[in-house]
Structure formats: C-alpha cells, structure tokens
Ligand binder design. Sequence first.
Ligand SMILES: NC(=O)C1=CN([C@@H]2O[C@H](COP(=O)(O)OP(=O)(O)OC[C@H]3O[C@@H](n4cnc5c(N)ncnc54)[C@H](O)[C@@H]3O)[C@@H](O)[C@H]2O)C=CC1
Length: 369
Amino acid sequence: MEEKKEAAATEEATTSEWMSRPNMVSPEEERFRSGGTKCRALNLVSIQQWRKKRRRCARGEETTAGEMNELVDLRCMDGEAQPIALLNGKEDRYGGVEVNLMEVEPMTAEEFYAKLDVSLKAWKDQGKKGIWIKLPCELLSLVDIAIKKGFTYHHAEKEYAVLTSWISDLPSTIPANASHRIGIGALVLNKNREVLVVQEIDGVFKGTGLWKLPTGVIQEGEGIWAGAVREVKEETGIETKFVEVLAFGESHQSFLERKTDIYFLCELEPSTFEIKKQDSEILDAKWMPIEDYVKQPFIQNRENFRYMANICLKRSREEYLGFSTVLTKNLTGKESYLYCNTADFLNGKLDHASTSLFTTLFRKCFCLT
Ligand SMILES: NC(=O)C1=CN([C@@H]2O[C@H](COP(=O)(O)OP(=O)(O)OC[C@H]3O[C@@H](n4cnc5c(N)ncnc54)[C@H](O)[C@@H]3O)[C@@H](O)[C@H]2O)C=CC1
C-alpha cells in the first residue's frame, strides 16, 4: 500500500523533487524495472550505487553538492553503460551552438540532464561561446534543469521558450531580448482640413472626452506604413494610403515594465470618407476641424501632445515635411524600407540610389506641389 502511494506520488513529482527525496523510486528506475526504459545509459547497478549515495546525502554523511554529476559519472563508470549522446546542436555564426528541441523525441528530465551535462563539457572544450536552447511547451519541465546548469530565460513565444548560457571566459555578447514596441498614431486629413478622430472605449483616455488620433501597435512582420493603414481601417473603416512619417517619439519602461515604446506619427491620405467605427474598441469617431482638434484642453495642457498636434497643424497647412518610404533590400535580400526626407533629394543633398527612389521622389513632388 505504502509502495503504491509512493509510486503514484513519484509520477507527479518533478525530477528535482525526487532527486531531493532519497527513498523515492525515480520514474527512470521504475521504467527500467518494468523493462521499458528508454535511457540505455542506466542500469540497475548504477542506480543502486546512486541511491545509496543519495541516502548518505540525506543522512548528512555526504554533501549533496554535485549530486547530479555523480549520477552522470556513475553511468559512465559502469562497464555496460552506453556513451551519452550530445544534444543535437547547430553551430551559429558567432561561435555558439543552437539546440532546437522542437522536433526531437520527448525526453525525460534525467535524459536531458545527462545529455546537457556532457554537451556543455564538450562545447566548453571546443571553445564554444553562447549556447541557445529552444524548448517547446511540452518540454517546459526541463527549464528547471537548464537553469540549474547555468542557463537563463532569453525570450518566449506562444509555442516555445528560449534559454541561453554563455560558457566562454570572454565577456558575453549574447544580444538582449527584444527591447522595444513600435506603435503608430495616424493623421488622416480630408480636403476640408478636417482630421479623423476617435474616442476609445477602454485605455488611458477613457472618460477624458479627448478626441484623439487613431493609434495602434505594429504587428510582427508588418511595416510601419502598413500597420498605420491597417489600424485606421480597423478602427474607423476609412481606407487610406500612406504618405509620410511626420515625427517619432520614444519613452522608456512604457510597455511590459521594461520595454521602450517608440511611436511613429504618420500622415495618411484618405480614399474613402464614410466612417464605420469598430464597435469593440471605439466609442465614437468623426471628422473634426484640425484647429478644434489642436485646441482641446487635454492636448494644450500636455507638452508632447501639443508638439504632435502642432506638427499636424503645420502639416495641414503644408508647412512641414516628413519622411516617406523608399523600398530597398537589406543584406540578405529581404525587403527593407528606408524612411527619408525626399525634400533633401529635391535639393540635391543626397544621391539618388535606386529606381524606386526616383518613383517615390516623383510621386512626392507631385503630391506636395
Ligand atoms: N493613445 C494615444 O493618443 C497615443 C498613442 N501613442 C502611441 O500609439 C501606440 C499605441 O497606443 P495605444 O493605442 O494607446 O496602445 P495600447 O497599448 O493602449 O493599446 C494597443 C492595443 O492593445 C490593446 N490592449 C493593450 N493592453 C491591453 C490589455 N491589458 N488587455 C487587453 N487589451 C489590451 C488595446 O485595446 C489596443 O487594441 C503606442 O506606441 C503609443 O505610444 C502615442 C501618442 C499618443
């Protein structure tokens, strides 16, 4: 009866728990005894030796330091033990190793520990520097072990977490997790110099009565200009074409506690004018004379809002120029947008770098004159 209870508890116990309770039967040992072990590196002799050692540790006759290393050593000491395979890793461009556990056979905590231990030793001998481990949600129970072996969280996505460890004696160059969030505010002006404004149902401006520009956050893989067009369409139903980035601002520790928020004030040209507001987020939306928008006390009483509103006002009078987009390619051949002041091209201050630049330039000349 007692044994059964212990076995049931073992199933639920995490590896770290059963490692610290010397009388428990480990899941690995249980599987070995029933003939179904997956870990060929273990055999009964080494398990017994190891359990004796754990009992001695529990009685205080031996230190527990390095207990898991002992397990690995015992495995290697035994004549019948098989060598433990390294974790399957891919070299990165900076002298490190990337281990992707997204598509490997599930492994027990014990197997992972043993493999990680021998892998780290091997990689250290080989002079490797940054070690990256990508763990799918199904293997997140292994995080504990990686952390005990010196790894720290780097970042997480819905499907996985990534941990890193810098094993070189040189200073770490592992890049930080994403540090910024990108948002947009959209200036949409019609021919009567009315600006498209909204009131939001929730958020910081709830209940203030402020008529504000449509704002939003750029999605993964989305261009700033495309995100601005999408947000305006979603919130107000108005179709637009991107014209320019008028200004951008940054504020630190403004998102998820530690992230910097960068927002781009964009001008968009409307091609439809009938408002169909988004019911889930927008309380009301309308076209408002730009002077009335700027005069709102909430805006006049806050320096950054006043600055942005004045830029919008100047822009509505065609007294201000921003940055428009030039489609280019980055080093790896991916599409990359350059946001630049085309007025300087007009004045001959910059070289005309590409055909698409000329196209943009002529479009801008046409729009602005
Ligand atoms: N709101 C404004 O008037 C201004 C906004 N900006 C910039 O515009 C960008 C976007 O600003 P906001 O629209 O105010 O962003 P926000 O962070 O308040 O909201 C963005 C979206 O996420 C949703 N959301 C945010 N936190 C949520 C939560 N805890 N639970 C559920 N939904 C949540 C909101 O409903 C909204 O759809 C930022 O970069 C900001 O700096 C810049 C100046 C003024």
